[in-house]
Design a binder for this molecule. Structure first.
Ligand SMILES: [Ca+2]
Ligand SMILES: [Ca+2]
Ligand SMILES: [Ca+2]
Ligand SMILES: [Ca+2]
Length: 221
């Protein structure tokens, strides 16, 4: 074999080695990009911590309390029957006084409604571990046609934490039977509303975590 041919073979060998090395590097690079992308995806679907869910439940109840604290008890609808709770309330806030008369604002409404992602059909449509969870919406004026709903919370279960819906039993022992995930109780002529609300979200381990907050709001006479 001539010296020139040996040199050519050497060049061909080097070229093949370079190609193999380059291919290997590309594969490694693509592999690490895929790994980073997967880590990002895992992080985004990892759920939220229990403290975040607790904060969401607390914020919801605080917001409802803020709405109700300046409400005249006489503006409330009929109280729910004993041992039952409502998942909605209509009310008027006191805006001031004129010649000794109370001036009330427009009728507002707080209600738990079906979530667009999980309609009320007995299925967990969005596969978040809760069946038929809802949103809490605030309507600023019920007299307006098709009033816009302000969504103030999501992930509110069909029944309050520990309660099984529609079995006529007080499963969680709080004195209320089959109460909804937002459970409002007020007595006729009473001066307070008891607000209970559960909020649920998936935790980092994928398991559903529910947090419940209860407060009593004292109304104006
Ligand atoms: Ca669901
Ligand atoms: Ca559903
Ligand atoms: Ca109960
Ligand atoms: Ca029950």
């Amino acid at each position: 074999m001539s010296t020139r041919m040996k040199a050519r073979q050497g060049q061909r060998g080097a070229s093949l080695l370079e190609v193999l090395l380059a291919t290997g590097c590309t594969a490694l690079l693509l592999g690490s990009i895929a790994a980073v992308a997967k880590r990002g995806k895992d992080a985004s679907s990892a759920g939220v911590s229990a403290s975040v869910v607790s904060a969401q439940a607390q914020r919801l109840v605080d917001r409802i309390a803020t709405e109700l604290v300046n409400v005249s008890s006489s503006s409330l609808p009929l109280a729910p029957a004993a041992q039952r709770a409502a998942s909605w309330i209509e009310f008027r806030q006191v805006q001031g006084f004129s010649n000794g008369n109370v001036i009330e604002g427009a009728e507002r409404k707080l209600a738990r409604v079906a979530s667009p992602e999980d309609p009320d059909d007995g299925q967990d449509n969005d596969r978040d571990g809760m069946t038929d969870e809802g949103d809490i919406v605030l309507v600023l004026d019920t007299a307006v046609n098709n009033p816009p709903n302000l969504v103030i919370a999501r992930g509110v279960p069909e029944a309050l934490e520990g309660e099984i819906a529609n079995n006529n039993v007080d499963d969680n022992g709080n004195g209320l039977i089959d109460e909804p995930g937002l459970a409002l109780v007020w007595a006729t002529g009473g001066n307070s509303v008891t607000v209970r609300a559960s909020v649920g979200q998936r935790g980092p381990d994928g398991a559903l975590q529910l947090r419940t907050v209860t407060t009593v709001v004292h109304l104006r006479n």
